[in-house]
Design a protein around this ligand. Structure first.
Ligand SMILES: [Zn+2]
Length: 425
């Protein structure tokens, strides 16, 4: 299987003066003592300790295939870093030679679960006609336990934390990932620390406080990631999300949690031609890509769907136009969940290796698309509605043909979206 992975393109422009990793002059004081977590849940978690897949052989570089051991830290590939590329690692498995091989190997089986996954695929025939495509499906990730796709990643992250004896999940998020981590950590008897932006929306902050997660506010991503990185150096801390600049992506085993979206799509609606994915740093897009890649390698599907990564202002689009992948591409947006100035190798690979690309959707376009979704009975966070607006662009350029089967990823609904309700037009 890994040979197929190795066929991916490896040439990419990098800036001659890359953004340097943020470094503390000195480590801050030891982390504070926490109140005890959820004792009942903690006992439950101990009795349901996740079982690591015996075929998980390590972590492998997305670019050069070098193999490394699985650890609680995720600092990317040192060999590629020396060559100027900041590249994440992925889970690597030994071949499954049993009679009924797993098409989608996962790091833990059984893992830790609150019932995430197996989300509904909703067909939208009227919107399909409106956008002139043969089929339009909506993969409704808002039906996950805490209301977003993030639960898939958090579940595997918690399994790894329990496996490695970690006591605290630490992450940078001001939205869905934070809520997901706080819930899952509470249920597993783990502690949770969240580096947020100043002025985290109250709807998220209330949930974190109620679940005993600690909040630390920072003015920008560099500060948030530096905090998470510092914490990750203490024993027992497991950083769920990215903490590097240039960005690498979230914890590699945790990202595997998104792979199951691929077989669910195929089982519910057949193999789509295109999947449209709201994207910040591309964990979700890469996980979906990896799932379909596994299915292809197992001979379960004949081709990959093309993945279109939707962003609120040009970042990945600028990299595809020749910009440096480790550059900074700042912008302002109301699409809260896909903000940020960075591009990762993960997201570039998900788009490039499937013949997809980047689609830029501004806030007004996303709001117009959200009105269409609302009229169709669908509640969507703004960036997810942006996926529908992206489809219009893709039809206009004929990147998506009229006979195509398209799936939109509904990452979350509007209920916690700070940009909801939209201003009247
Ligand atoms: Zn490498």
């Amino acid at each position: 299987m890994h040979k197929i992975w190795a066929q991916l393109p490896t040439s990419l422009p990098v800036t001659p003066s890359p953004v340097l990793d943020f470094k503390f002059a000195a480590l801050p004081a030891d982390p504070p003592a926490h109140p005890p977590g959820n004792a009942t849940a903690s006992a439950l978690a101990r009795t349901l300790k996740p079982v690591r897949n015996p075929r998980l052989r390590g972590l492998q570089c997305l670019r050069c295939d070098a193999l490394y051991p699985v650890t609680l830290t995720h600092d990317g590939c040192p060999a590629c870093k020396r060559a100027g590329f900041h590249v994440a690692l992925r889970a690597s498995y030994l071949p499954d030679l049993t009679e009924k091989p797993d098409a989608i190997p996962m790091p833990y089986a059984p893992g830790f679960t609150l019932g995430e996954g197996h989300t509904p695929m909703q067909e939208l025939p009227e919107l399909a006609r409106h956008f002139d495509v043969a089929r339009l499906g909506l993969k409704d990730e808002s039906s996950n336990p805490t209301g977003s796709h993030k639960d898939r990643m958090t579940a595997v992250g918690v399994a790894q934390a329990l496996d490695f004896g970690a006591h605290t999940l630490v992450l940078a998020s001001s939205g869905n990932a934070a809520v997901s981590a706080a819930h899952y950590a509470w249920a597993a008897g783990l502690r949770c620390e969240v580096a947020t932006y100043e002025g985290m929306p109250a709807t998220y902050a209330r949930q974190l406080d109620a679940l005993g997660a600690r909040r630390y506010e920072f003015a920008d991503n560099a500060g948030r990631w530096a905090f998470v990185r510092e914490r990750s150096q203490y024993p027992g801390y497991f950083a769920l999300t990215n903490y590097r600049l240039p960005a690498l992506g979230s914890a590699p085993l945790a990202i595997e949690g998104y792979k199951t979206i691929a077989p669910e799509c195929v089982a519910d609606a057949g193999l789509p031609d295109h999947i449209v994915i709201p994207t910040a740093r591309g964990d979700l897009a890469w996980g979906i890509y990896a799932g379909f890649r596994d299915l292809l390698a197992a001979g379960r599907i004949p081709r990959l769907p093309r993945l279109w990564l939707v962003e609120p202002f040009p970042r990945l689009a600028r990299v595809f136009a020749g910009g440096a992948i480790n550059g900074s591409y700042p912008g302002h947006t109301a699409q809260f969940s896909t903000a940020g100035a960075t591009v990762t190798y993960l997201q570039w690979q998900a788009a490039a290796a499937t013949g997809g690309g980047a689609v830029v959707v501004g806030d007004d376009e996303a709001r117009a698309a959200r009105r269409l979704l609302t009229a169709a009975g669908v509640s969507a966070e703004l960036c997810a509605a942006g996926g529908l607006a992206a489809l219009r662009q893709l039809r206009e350029t004929n990147a998506v043909a009229a006979d195509a089967h398209v799936v939109l990823m509904l990452t979350a609904n509007a209920s916690s979206d700070p940009s909801w309700p939209d201003p009247a037009v």
